[in-house]
Ligand binder design. Structure first.
Ligand code: UDP
Length: 330
């Protein structure tokens, strides 16, 4: 089989590429390196079944060729990360909507199967956990940039579902919940790589708000299991699936756990949201997925515990910090 992964040099995309290569498939990726990194695919570049294009999804000539060539398209290319969204809302909205439009319209022309990755962010301020795929989405005011991300991904979902219902393009949507693992960068705001770097370097571990907000983190290998199985399932067309972990933890407990696991002497400090992000920033207090729908479809159940996830991330960060000369011991 030939698969195309947009955003294939990103954190999740590169793990998905690895998995399909291990399955014996030919993997084509396209990534403009806006948030992805060549380092993420360095180890794959010489693989005989791996082809990479450092280019944008908006290069429609190239995309048409790639879509034509491949059997399945995973659309992961997107602007992600709360920091990036607040700093670059225009880029977030335009990238997320325009690229999905291009992928879906080419998939229609070539009659190809598409998996669109979405996000738990679309549930917004919904406070009834666990979140089910058919729950209402509760978004905040348009004056708050954060919600533009949720809204742009919700439009992507509407569009993917419409392409299936109206035009019979086989599309499916995966809503990813706080996916974590080796290679994730903290540059765009994600909490675990930031806490781990802070703990390993002895810097203050900066918990935003009062730390009682909680998340369910999903190891990238579990997320990849689900993506591969959902994409392959003919019964998934036009459907939305939550893909997440089932261990809920508060951000303050996460900070304590990371400090303990690294043996760090870092202080844990509480930083108001207005300092960390911007005045009036709205966070979600709990984010817990109901994963029964994807479990019924594919048998998905998370295999990697939070402790195992953290151990793999700490190890990866230690190596990277040593390579960059930031850590000389530890
Ligand atoms: N967070 C934090 N310190 C950081 C980065 C994030 O306390 O350095 C908090 C953030 O406010 C949120 C949680 O950790 O409550 C998860 O943040 P992340 O950006 O990783 O994901 P999301 O907000 O999309 O769930």
């Amino acid at each position: 089989m030939k698969v195309l992964i947009t955003g294939g040099a990103g954190f999740i995309g590169s793990h998905l590429a690895e998995r399909h290569l291990a399955l014996g498939d030919e993997v084509y990726i396209i990534d403009d390196l806006s948030t992805g990194s060549i380092a993420n695919i360095q180890h794959l570049k010489l693989h005989p079944q791996f082809v990479y294009h450092i280019d944008s999804v908006t290069n429609t000539h190239l995309m048409a060729e790639l879509v034509d060539l491949c059997d399945v398209i995973y659309h992961l290319a997107a602007a992600v990360g709360v920091r990036l969204i607040l700093d670059s809302p225009v880029r977030t909205i335009e990238t997320n909507i325009r690229c999905t439009e291009i992928v879906l319209s080419l998939a229609e022309t070539k009659r190809k199967r598409v998996l669109i990755t979405s996000t738990s962010e679309v549930y917004g301020k919904q406070d009834q956990v666990p979140f089910r795929e058919d729950d209402d989405l509760v978004l905040g005011a348009t004056s708050k940039s954060r919600w533009s991300y949720a809204c742009s991904k919700a439009i992507d979902e509407f569009l993917a579902i419409a392409y299936w219902r109206e035009r019979k393009v086989p599309t499916v949507i995966a809503r990813l919940f706080n996916t974590v693992g080796p290679r994730q960068t903290g540059r765009y705001g994600m909490v675990i790589p930031n806490f781990v770097t802070q703990a390993l370097t002895g810097a203050d571990i900066r918990v935003f708000g009062d730390g009682t907000q909680s998340r369910c983190f999903t190891h990238v290998s579990d997320a990849v299991d689900a993506l591969v199985d959902i994409a392959a399932h003919p019964g998934a067309n036009g459907q939305v699936y939550n893909v997440g972990g089932n261990h809920e933890i508060t951000i303050l407990d996460l900070a304590r756990t990371i400090r303990d696991m690294t043996g760090s002497k870092s202080r844990i400090v509480l930083v108001p949201y207005s300092t960390a992000y911007e005045e009036g920033f709205e966070d979600m207090m709990r984010r817990v997925p109901d994963i029964s729908k994807v479990n019924r479809l594919t048998g998905y159940t998370p295999k990697v515990s939070l402790e195992q996830s953290l151990a793999s991330i700490i190890e990866d960060q230690r190596i990277r910090l040593r390579e960059h000369g930031v850590l000389t011991h530890a």
